[in-house]
Design a protein around this ligand. Structure first.
Ligand code: AMP
Length: 302
């Protein structure tokens, strides 16, 4: 494995998306795809997932061209790729899921090569928490372990989500997910509850209102990058987390001050993702664009 690398586990999907800006059918999506396309701007990325026979070579090539290692993506014969259909017509801050077809996810192969323990960081992007547990249990040597989840899994496998809190270093979740998980409306009380339940750190995403980091008994609050046009919010959370982890891995430092800086990059990457449909903006992005936006963003903060 390359030094300073991140292993990203999650869905590689086809999405159909509807937003006030239009509709796209069966475009590239999946939590691991967004997270990887974001993290690769900072560190070497290995993407671990399972797809169906219908997953296009052309889409794998898009990932390869972005310097993502796709050799841990398994193709299952006779299966279809995970499919998700979502709409943002009612609320740009929260998708309404119209359809989830698990397909190849039901045959997800969790067996990890021993050498995967050599990666610096593990990001368990949004996927079935039972699969996340199986993976994290095989990768005990990895320095930084983070996970993300969503309402679909909190509603169906809440206990498994709680189990992940104690076997990882950071949980990423949004405000709605926190309410669903803990039945707690106040975000600060929610964070306190997560820590009591065994979380070491929490990154709370609040859509257009920014994010909160809680780690090492310290808190940091950051607004979102101001955007007038949000074209497609899909993948905002995944690319946010991907940048956060990718940046920390590059730095090789998992302290609270570094995490504050990582949160800035996370915020910027999410802002690029939502400015186009699917992965359109993310694949075109380079580090110079990010630094330019970073300076602009910093000039707005105290
Ligand atoms: P985000 O907008 O960051 O929450 O992530 C959106 C991505 O998550 C989409 O590209 C979907 O393919 C993927 N997704 C949707 N539902 C699920 C699910 N139940 N489990 C894992 N990934 C999902």
């Amino acid at each position: 494995m390359e030094k300073n690398s991140v292993l990203i586990v999650g869905t590689v999907a086809y999405d159909s998306i509807e937003t006030p800006y239009g509709r796209r059918e069966r475009v590239m999506g999946g939590s691991a795809v967004y997270a990887s396309l974001s993290a690769r701007l900072f560190s070497k990325v290995y993407l671990f997932s399972t797809v169906g026979e219908d997953y296009k070579e052309e889409d794998l090539n898009t990932l390869r061209k972005a310097s993502i290692d796709v050799s841990y993506i398994k193709k299952i014969k006779g299966e279809k790729t995970f499919f998700w259909e979502g709409s943002y017509l009612e609320n740009l801050n929260e998708a309404v899921t119209k359809k989830t077809e698990l397909n190849s996810l039901l045959k997800f192969e969790t067996k990890c090569d021993r050498k995967l323990n050599d990666v610096e960081a593990l990001f368990l992007a949004n996927i079935d928490p039972e699969l996340q547990i199986k993976i994290v249990n095989q990768l005990k040597d990895v320095k930084l372990k983070c996970f993300d989840t969503m309402n679909y899994w909190i509603e169906t496998k809440k206990e498994k989500v709680f189990e992940l809190l104690t076997s990882t270093d950071l949980i990423f979740l949004n405000e709605m997910e926190m309410k669903l998980l803990l039945e707690e409306k106040n975000v600060y009380k929610g964070i306190e509850k997560l820590m009591k339940l065994g979380a070491k750190g929490v990154v709370l995403k609040r859509g257009e209102y920014g994010s909160i980091l809680f780690f090492d008994e310290k808190m940091f609050i950051l607004p979102s990058y101001p955007l007038k046009d949000v074209v497609d919010p899909t993948g905002a959370g995944d690319s946010f987390a991907g940048a956060f982890i990718g940046f920390l891995t590059k730095e090789g430092d998992y302290s609270f001050p570094k995490m504050k800086e990582a949160l800035i990059f996370a915020t910027l990457l999410a802002s690029f993702t939502v400015s186009g449909f699917s992965v359109e903006c993310l694949i075109k992005l380079n580090f110079e664009d990010i630094l330019k936006r970073k300076n602009e963003f910093l000039s707005l903060l105290v």
